[in-house]
Design a protein. Structure first.
Length: 303
């Protein structure tokens, strides 16, 4: 593995590509991956790409695609993440260990000289060359793996220079795309994830535990019957905690509770992704699991 662009070096001008406006327009949508791939194919002749966000303990795929739909990079990237191969990848160790610098870098990864035979055979069986552009936005690491298939020659010095010239733009777009996607996911969780509701109220309110649990379940859509079953208390006890919570918050009806909570949720999301639900590639939750309503409570959910 050889560094081909030194951290902090002066970058040349960004190459002009017609795909840039399309990438900007597709931010936060499913079209971002294909437009990013089209941009990289024009920029440096890439065949596959995978963009990721790395926080040190987990890897979140931002986009993964190929020029040829029949050779989807998404399948290979899914294996790379789910089977934990990324933890053995020396490039990922380097990306994590580069510290807080915000200046992007580009490295070339020599696949053939990789000493880990298991990693090479599982992840890089048909690859001739790999470049990684990476950097940080708001102290969060983002990276882009750009790959050439084995039937093609390695990236030229000009290809590498063009990717490096675009590294700032690419990292900025990856960060923005990831943030937009995460905000949309957070908005969907606002009233559909009991764990998310409880976590928000625990961080953003001063409600005592039982009042918080009752209010969380009201917001989740559970009736007094369902809440009582879930918490193992009587319905009268649920009503008592609800009354105390409403008095504490200065509200009188459920609609006012929803309005108050959504305001809390908005402020909570503004604190950044560290405080919010981050879905991993395998579908699990990075901060808190959502167990949902127990089976015995489903019949008591509000219709």
């Amino acid at each position: 593995m050889a560094i081909v662009a030194m951290l902090g070096a002066e970058q040349p001008g960004i190459p002009v590509c017609a795909d840039v406006p399309e990438m900007v327009e597709s931010l936060g949508s499913g079209g971002f991956g294909p437009t990013l791939m089209a941009y990289l194919a024009t920029l440096c002749g890439a065949d596959h790409c995978a963009a990721f966000q790395l926080d040190g303990i987990s890897l979140r795929v931002v986009a993964a695609t190929s020029v040829d739909p029949k050779e989807s990079a998404a399948v290979q990237v899914e294996r790379y993440v789910k089977q934990g191969w990324w933890r053995r990848d020396p490039v990922m160790s380097m990306v994590q260990g580069d510290g807080p610098s915000q200046t992007p870098s580009v490295v070339r990864f020599d696949v053939q000289s990789l000493g880990d035979n298991g990693l090479r055979q599982a992840v890089y069986p048909h690859i001739s060359d790999r470049l990684i552009a990476y950097g940080r936005k708001n102290n969060v690491a983002f990276g882009l793996s750009v790959v050439r298939s084995e039937l093609r020659a390695r990236f030229s010095d000009e290809d590498i220079s063009r990717l490096y010239a675009s590294a700032n733009l690419i990292v900025a777009l990856l960060a923005k795309h990831a943030d937009v996607v995460l905000r949309r996911a957070s908005a969907a969780d606002a009233l559909t994830s009991l764990a998310a509701i409880e976590n928000c109220l625990a961080n953003m309110s001063a409600l005592p535990r039982r009042e918080l649990e009752v209010c969380s379940r009201i917001l989740y859509g559970m009736s007094s019957c369902g809440i009582a079953l879930d918490l193992g208390v009587s319905e009268e006890t649920v009503k008592t905690y609800r009354k105390r919570a409403y008095q504490r918050l200065g509200i009188g009806i459920e609609r006012e509770l929803v309005v108050w909570y959504l305001n809390m949720w908005s402020r909570w999301c503004e604190q950044g992704p560290v405080h919010r639900l981050v879905k991993q590639v395998d579908g699990s939750s990075g901060i808190y699991p959502d167990r949902g309503a127990p089976t015995s409570v489903q019949s008591c959910m509000k219709k």
